[in-house]
Design a protein around this ligand. Structure first.
Ligand SMILES: Cc1cc2nc3c(=O)[nH]c(=O)nc-3n(C[C@H](O)[C@H](O)[C@H](O)COP(=O)(O)O)c2cc1C
Length: 197
């Protein structure tokens, strides 16, 4: 699959079944994704893979925190078992002259590269955040340390409908592009030099 096709046909997949990549295949794909732009090559991220019952724990931690009743707890438990693999993306900011926002951008780039590589292998994925990303209980469960921050999980598996070339027509985003020469006519006049300087 060429890159443009991958970009045009990837979708966030809400319904994911087995199989998902095993640990070895995930590591292989991540190795490729790790070549995404990364100022300073700081690799400010790490991943925690959750499978089977481990995923349910995410929902249970949120249920504990929100005081969910039995039915809501069960719903949360099921919610976080939707996909065969949940790959938690942990942002690991490095103490470095490269500002933190650039490191966060690098972590986002690696996630997108990974999603495209998964898609090219006919896996589906969706980046999920919500309560999960801000829950202190989930952070403790995942063993986050110091300044680390959970950026969410990539749910990964095989899309129910297959990845059959659901090519999309991209929106017209030309209005977001300005040619510099168009800007210049609106620039304020430079103040003429006065006085005897
Ligand atoms: C940082 C981030 C967080 C997201 N969190 C969620 C989420 O919590 N739940 C969800 O259904 N989708 C989530 N998404 C997926 C977006 O909703 C999705 O990418 C968007 O609707 C466009 O759909 P597409 O990926 O199929 O093109 C997230 C995407 C990003 C980049």
């Amino acid at each position: 699959m060429d890159v443009m096709t991958a970009v045009l046909t990837r979708r966030s997949e809400h319904t994911l079944r087995a199989p998902a990549p095993d640990d070895e295949e995930f590591a292989y794909l991540l190795r490729g994704a790790s070549l995404a732009p990364d100022h300073g090559r700081l690799r400010p991220w790490r991943w925690i893979l959750l499978r089977s019952d481990e995923r349910a724990e995410l929902g249970l931690r949120i249920a504990e925190e929100t005081g969910a009743d039995a039915a809501a707890t069960e719903a949360l438990r099921a919610k976080y078992q939707r996909a065969p693999l949940s790959a938690a993306l942990v942002f690991v900011p490095r103490a470095h002259r490269i500002p933190e926002w650039e490191q966060l951008a690098a972590a986002s780039c690696v996630a997108h590269a990974l999603m495209l590589l998964l898609h090219a292998r006919e896996y589906g994925s969706i980046w999920r955040t919500g309560q999960l990303a801000t829950s202190p209980g989930v952070g403790r469960f995942l063993g986050l340390r110091g300044p680390e921050r959970l950026l969410g999980v990539l749910d990964i598996g095989t899309p129910e409908t297959g990845t059959a070339q659901r090519r999309r027509i991209p929106d017209d985003v030309s209005a977001t592009i300005t040619r510099f020469e168009e800007l210049s006519s609106h620039r304020p006049e430079s103040t003429p030099a006065t006085g005897d300087g």
